[in-house]
Design a protein around this ligand. Structure first.
Ligand code: RB5
Length: 148
């Protein structure tokens, strides 16, 4: 799968770990930064990644910041982006099964690398269930009041 990934300085190390992990699993990963631990503003990177997913240039994306909160707030402002902040395995699975999340967000200051890799694995491998969950997504995803 072709994914896009981005982070701020607070999650640079985690981003490098996740990127390496995904490439080892055979995925193609476009890295939109940050490229070091030098301080950056998370909205700058978050908007680039969310915009790429919103426009359909990538089917899935991963965003990382200190808590995951800022990145998820930014990403969910974009049409057709369903960004899910998942710092645990249950949420990661449910965000795919029920919400068809297309951006996974994690907090580099909240969880460690081992759990983060497990979360990514679960998130990548879990399918959307559709049915009543699709009906619910249809009520907000791409609806007229989403236009900004
Ligand atoms: C950066 O210090 C921090 O505010 C950011 O990584 C993130 O946690 C914001 O939500």
């Amino acid at each position: 799968m072709k994914l896009v990934i981005g982070c701020d300085h607070a999650a640079f190390g985690l981003k490098e770990t996740i990127k390496r992990h995904l490439v080892e699993q055979g995925h193609e990963v476009e890295d939109m930064g940050a490229f070091s631990e030098a301080s950056v503003d998370y909205p700058d990177i978050g908007r680039q990644v969310a915009s790429a997913v919103s426009q359909g240039r990538f089917g899935r994306g991963i965003l990382l910041c200190g808590t995951g909160l800022g990145m998820s707030m930014v990403a969910n402002r974009f049409p057709h982006v369903r960004a899910a902040l998942c710092n645990d395995l249950f949420s990661a699975g449910m965000s795919r099964r029920h919400n068809d999340a297309n951006i996974l967000v994690m907090g580099g200051r909240v969880i460690g690398d081992v759990l983060a890799k497990e979360i990514v694995k679960t998130w990548m491998e879990t399918a959307f269930e559709g049915g009543r969950h699709q009906r619910r997504l249809d009520q907000f995803d791409g609806a007229p009041d989403d236009k900004r």
